[in-house]
Design a protein around this ligand. Sequence first.
Ligand code: BDR
Ligand code: CA
Length: 366
Amino acid sequence: MRHAACSASIALALAVVAFAGAPITRANENRGTGPAANPLAAAKKVIIDTDPGTDDALAILLALNSPELDVRALTVVPGNVTAQQGLENALKLASLTNRCDIPVAGGAQHPLFQKLITAELWHGANGLANVELPASKCKADPRFGPDLIIQMIHDSPHEITLVPVGPLTNIALALLKDPSIVPLVKEVVIMGGSISGGNVNAAAEANIYNDPEAAEIVFHAGWRLTMVGLDVGDKTLYDQAHLDQLSKTHGPENDFAVKVLTFLIGQEAKYGAGGGSPMYDPLAVGTAIDPTIVSKQAMHVDVESRGEFTRGETVANRRNAVERNVLHGDRYVIEGLDHVEPNVQVCTGVNADKFLQLLNSRLAGK
Ligand code: BDR
Ligand code: CA
């Protein structure tokens, strides 16, 4: 069942049934004494939901080295790699950054209604550019990722920004299990979607394509949602000059990032247009760090789940209006326009230079 065509309501109902048994565990917050455990009051509390993943790894390093953010948890979703490999990678990244105080929790094992599609072609056999990091000193948090998300939102109402940079399965599961989180979330900043074509195929971006029903649930939850899509990510090309700059400094994270970025630039030269590698997931984190890096436009966005060529496409209504067709005899007549409410702040522009310098500056010497 690679591309099951389900309506959102069926998807929602089935998902509720399928996952109703998942436990919610309420445990003490696992805050430690790492660098961000001493957050400035102003630091933004974020939960990164990730399928690590090369660019996910860079996004996590960026977040953990940015004082503007207080990373409260990493939750892992299958996507670029399997759930198991993703959890192992997330734990290795927490260990690399000496942040075992941050809960790292596994979550869903597969998308809501289709088979998992993994992307070792783009991310390397281990998802981390084939770079072998040392075994992790950190242990997985026993809580189910969506439950951890729910718990943390209730523990810090109106303070948590969710930054999902993989398929939206875990976020949808959290919403289905506890819709009361919607008004309690400060903001959701996703990497995913596109308003001008896809990377999986002509229409769909990978994170949405890999779980369109989950995306539909997340896009229509009614919370403040910023979409950092493929088309703006494509403007943030990390090139050889950026790599040369970062290669001048050293440290475990810096050196790991250089290896990952070397791999990514190579992949882009092999399969893409060359000229550098798009920093998709890091840009979502960059947007959480500094929202002025991007420009946005409010749009009504639906997720296509039934189109033969367009399943997983984010269909954006730039005018937030649809024509009202009224039946007159044997034909319809357009009688006016109906407003459709914007549900997404769509990123339409990015200051790529500023962002790429931010990324390098935060990784340098770490
Ligand atoms: C997205 O898909 C994944 O391969 C990347 O990690 C990113 O989140 C880009 O389409
Ligand atoms: Ca990702």
